[in-house]
Design a protein around this ligand. Structure first.
Ligand code: SOE
Length: 385
């Protein structure tokens, strides 16, 4: 079986998720399409990188990400850094002929996204963006039902991504609130996950009409390099400016003629990872809530009037990826499983030399949508994507 040597850059929260996925993937999907070998991890300092190598099971750590890109033994460059480093690393990795897995969103700006897309296209390498939620079996089942016509012609789509980790004005000014590092706020960080699933399930966007707002304009400066999530309190020291959105809501006219809405905020007290998708068609409806991610709710118009209503399907062996995941429905899909499935699809794409999905082209298209949402937030008018 072919092995692929991995170099991972950025040793935070996402490095943990990706590292578990490289190890866990063959335990779920066997025979595996290939085996990933965790060779080198890069972080900001030698000390952090060595610590990360030990913690996450890499052979070595480095403080210089170019060691990974320049290493002829490395097949895969996995980018888990904040958004401001995606562009430079991805272009260098593509030029070095490496396959690339990159955390979302693709970049800070449309310009960067376009150049990244062009670089992987020119190099002919396999590339994937880590929009993992579309890989939840229930979301894949929704796609299957839609494609089979089970709910008829799609009329409308309602998507939310609500969290509350930044609702407290005293939670620190992490990189996720600084435009020069992240590009946009709730929109890029979490709204793009829903945009990815909306494109996956419904199709291309034609135009958007958005309301984009920032409620908390300054936050305590963060100390240390770690990403402060989870309602951590900042100190009582100086504050810094938030220059990105912390709430956005927009209407969508899809190219198919369907209508949609997407709402994203990290300031919704009581909502943790509240990703919901509701789709209405001429023959029925589908509802998904990530906080109950083993379940897909479906309602079919053809059911008799005296029993019509939402029924719950628990995903399991009969459903997408069921052959590899757990043997009984409702044993529990977690965040880790979505990352394991992502890793499986990525390694499979490399082994079969078929482009992965969502890839940098999709990331670029999503960036075009984000750009239109921000333009519309400013113009307060419908904006073409
Ligand atoms: C923070 O909002 C965050 O870590 C996002 O960046 C991830 O994409 C999401 O999956 C969980 O929340």
């Amino acid at each position: 079986m072919k092995t692929y040597q991995v170099g991972l850059i950025g040793a935070g929260f996402m490095a943990k998720a990706h590292s578990i996925a490289y190890d866990g993937m063959p335990m779920f999907f066997w025979p595996a399409p290939g085996m990933a070998v965790k060779k080198t991890i890069a972080d900001l300092t030698e000390e952090c990188a060595k610590d990360a190598a030990q913690r996450l099971g890499f052979r070595q750590g480095t403080a210089n990400w170019r060691d990974i890109v320049d290493d002829p033994e490395i097949d895969i460059v996995d980018i888990c850094t904040p958004n401001d480093a995606h562009y430079e690393i991805a272009v260098a990795a593509a030029e070095a002929g490496k396959h690339i897995l990159c955390e979302k969103p693709i970049s800070r700006t449309l310009e960067e996204a376009e150049k990244m897309r062009d670089a992987v296209r020119k190099a002919g390498v396999i590339n994937m963006l880590a929009f993992n939620y579309r890989r939840t079996p229930a979301v894949q089942l929704a796609k299957k039902l839609i494609d089979e016509g089970a709910i008829g012609t799609i009329l409308d789509f309602r998507g939310t991504y609500l969290q509350d980790w930044s609702a407290d004005p005293d939670s620190p000014l992490s990189w996720r609130f600084q435009k020069k590092v992240c590009g946009s706020g709730a929109l890029g960080d979490i709204g793009t996950h829903v945009v990815d699933m909306a494109r996956f399930l419904i199709g291309d966007f034609d135009e958007v009409n958005a309301r984009v707002a920032t409620y908390i304009n300054e936050r305590p400066l963060q100390t240390g390099s770690a990403d402060s999530l989870g309602n951590v309190k900042g100190g009582s020291g100086p504050k810094g400016k938030v220059d990105v959105d912390d709430q956005c809501c927009f209407m969508i006219n899809f190219k198919s003629g369907a209508f949609g809405t997407i709402e994203a905020t990290r300031n919704a007290w009581g909502r943790n990872n509240f990703i919901t998708l509701e789709i209405h068609g001429t023959e029925g409806s589908i509802y998904f809530n990530y906080e109950r991610r083993d379940e897909l709710q479906v309602c079919f118009a053809s059911d008799g009037g005296d029993r019509r209503g939402f029924r719950t399907i628990y995903t399991g062996p009969a459903h997408p990826y069921g052959e590899g995941l757990w043997p009984i429905p409702a044993l529990g899909i977690g965040y880790t499983e979505t990352k394991i499935v992502e890793c499986y699809d990525f390694i499979k794409a490399i082994a079969e030399n078929k482009q992965a999905s969502p890839n940098f082209e999709d990331g670029y298209q999503i960036e075009r949508i984000s750009d239109a949402v921000l333009r519309s937030g400013a113009s307060r008018a419908w904006e073409k994507v």
